[in-house]
Design a protein around this ligand. Structure first.
Ligand code: F6R
Length: 616
């Protein structure tokens, strides 16, 4: 949440920062701001709304200068106003700051600073931190400290409780910047005669692919030619320079209207990338390079615990089903936000997994840390290479689907389903799943990209159906077994991008309450696969129909519904159980997407949401 960019170099800073902020906009889009340091003063422009608004404003009065910071905000403390937008400048005009995170003890700090004569223009916790740095900076200047900005930030952070990724400038040190992080991501981009600091690599790759992932508790002092990392306790840190493997074009729209649309259509390739090199030579099981746990150790595991948030939790729930079904082992899933406070008793020999596209979700990270604190080994299924979760986990599996920009997760979700299914296969083959069953399972997983391709061909038909249902205000999604989490996911997708109230339920549970909602005004989307429970699902559909509820049926080939039962039907290819949730996800995503488009919603930037939730 919140995107930040800082630039020191020889090129004009403002256009680069604005470009970077556009790429980070998925992290928050309540307001945008830039501060450029030139001629001994900060020139600040900030405005509520999107980066484009600010860009227009700056277009009228260009901000010259080659050192600057910029921010795109997801509001926490203080409403969405120009005054609350970052950067904030201290009341003595010396310090400018951008911040991603929450300073929890800001109210107490503010009282102290008011007593010291500092004044405040905004309601934010960030302005408090900015003035706190200015307070220490001022005292250090009296002492004549050489590295004053760095020392002042270090001192201020000792008093700040909460989370932060910050970049700080001082009017006295043009060409220098200090950045630090605790709980919010921060990445250093090392360019030719320029250095960049940003919330994620998408704001950096236009200029350099050499990056350093800062760790919690680290502070970096950077100029256009150098950078030096230390801990808050002044211990020098030897940096590891990584190479980003993806290109700037991976994060561009191309011919698509929305990133969500692009990412839905990228799924066949995303699945191919997620499975590449991950099947054994004999074609009967999966293999993973980064688990850091030997097959022998794996064999000693007696149960699994999965924690995640939102869409990633739905992927965990499907994985739970797959591991129980194919590996016959017990699995528990929990909301990461609940797990961290629930003090759940965990069995011995439990292997703990977290799933997170971004690898920065604060609740998932906290669950990981809680499990590690309790002495459990924690593995992460994660998309963003070098993310905090990836680095803090004991091992894991990268999703390898490239950057996901649309706020509503799609390709990351189906790749998590794939990896979950591969994990079930890997564990199953260590236990009772036969060689033949393994071979069939692998063949099925390999067919997933093509099955998704075939399903995507139905996009025009699904768009026509979506237009018919776009005016409704409530909708139910109903599925059973491995498709119950897909029903939850369908409801989540629809509500987050179209603002239609939607709920997901196990189809049979519908009778125990939700059926009260059913009328001609509340359509239900049923997920109906071939198999032993098809008749049970059909009974649930009859119950809805008897109460005049419109029915959209998403069925696999071969399912025959009684005539007139479904108002609209979408047919997907019949497939192996391990692949079914992946294939069924596609029409659910397309339906939500086209409904949101038909309602004129801002699909990639739904109101109140941000892609990476780095605050509690
Ligand atoms: C919904 C969505 C969110 C995320 C959740 C966790 O479309 O994207 O529910 O799944 O915020 O995010 P990650 O996977 O980054 O931890």
């Amino acid at each position: 949440m919140c995107g930040i960019v800082g630039y020191v170099g020889k090129q004009p800073a403002a256009p680069f920062i604005l470009e970077g902020l556009k790429r980070l906009e998925y992290r928050g889009y309540d307001s945008t701001g830039v501060a450029i340091l030139a001629d001994g003063a900060f020139r600040v422009a900030k405005k509520i709304g999107r980066v484009a608004n600010l860009e227009k404003e700056i277009g009228r009065q260009p901000l010259a200068g080659t050192y600057g910071i910029g921010h795109t905000r997801w509001a926490t403390h203080g409403g969405v106003t120009d005054a609350n937008a970052h950067p904030h400048v201290s009341s003595d005009g010396k310090i400018a700051l951008i911040h991603n995170g929450v300073i929890e003890n800001y109210a107490a700090l503010k009282q102290v600073l008011l007593g010291q004569g500092f004044t405040f223009k905004s309601e934010t916790d960030t302005e408090v931190l900015c003035n706190l740095i200015a307070y220490h900076y001022d005292r250090l200047s009296v002492a004549g400290d050489e590295n004053r900005l760095l020392a002042a930030v270090r001192q201020a952070l000792r008093h700040a409780e909460g989370t932060y990724g910050i970049v700080v400038m001082s009017v006295d040190f043009p060409g220098e910047m200090v950045a630090s992080r605790k709980g919010s991501p921060l990445i250093l981009g090392l360019g030719e005669g320029e250095n960049i600091v940003a919330s994620d690599v998408s704001a950096i790759v236009a200029r350099t692919q050499s990056v350093v992932y800062l760790k919690d508790g680290e502070i970096v002092h950077l100029t256009e030619k150098n950078f030096r990392i230390t801990t808050l306790d002044q211990v020098a840190v030897a940096p590891t320079v990584d190479k980003v493997t993806w290109k700037i074009t991976d994060a561009e729209l191309g011919d698509y209207t929305h990133f969500m649309e692009k990412e839905i259509f990228e799924q066949p390739v995303a699945l191919e990338n997620a499975m590449r090199g991950r099947f054994s030579e004999d074609g009967s099981t999966a293999q993973f390079g980064g688990l850091n746990i030997t097959p022998h150790e794996f064999r000693g595991i007696e149960r699994f615990m999965f924690c995640a948030c939102g869409t990633a939790l739905h992927a965990c729930m499907v994985t739970e089903h797959m591991i129980e079904r194919f590996a016959r082992m017990p699995v528990e899933c929990d909301y990461a936000s609940e797990f961290r406070y629930r003090n759940t008793p965990l069995y011995r020999n439990t292997l703990f997994f977290v799933m997170s596209q971004s690898g920065e979700t604060i609740d998932t990270l906290a669950a990981l840390r809680e499990a590690k604190r309790k002495g459990y080994q924690v593995l992460a299924i994660n998309n963003v290479v070098g993310s905090t979760i990836a680095r803090e986990a004991d091992g894991g599996i990268y999703q390898h689907v490239g950057p996901e920009i649309g706020v509503a997760s799609t390709k990351a979700f189906t790749s998590q389903l794939l990896i979950g299914a591969m994990l079930a296969l890997y564990i199953g083959r260590m236990r009772d799943l036969s060689f033949g069953a393994g071979v069939r399972y692998v063949a099925a997983l390999k067919s997933a990209p093509d099955l998704v391709r075939q399903t995507l061909l139905q996009a025009p038909a699904i768009r026509a159906i979506a237009r018919k249902y776009a005016h409704y205000t409530d909708m139910l999604f109903l599925g059973r077994l491995s498709l119950f989490p897909i029903a939850l996911e369908g409801a989540l997708k629809l509500k987050e991008i179209s603002y239609i109230h939607a709920e997901g339920y196990p189809a049979a549970e519908m009778k125990h309450g939700p059926i009260a909602l059913i009328s001609e005004k509340c359509p239900s989307v049923f997920l109906v696969p071939q198999g032993e429970i098809v008749n049970k699902i059909v009974s649930s559909m009859q119950e809805i129909k008897a109460r005049k509820g419109p029915v959209i049926a998403i069925i696999t080939e071969g399912v025959e519904l009684p005539a007139g039962l479904a108002d609209d039907t979408i047919v997907v290819p019949d497939c192996h159980e391990a692949v079914l949730p992946i294939v069924m996800s596609v029409p659910v995503q397309l339906l939500s997407y086209y409904i949101a488009v038909a309602r004129g919603c801002d699909v990639d930037k739904p109101r109140n949401l941000a892609k990476s939730v780095t605050v509690e």
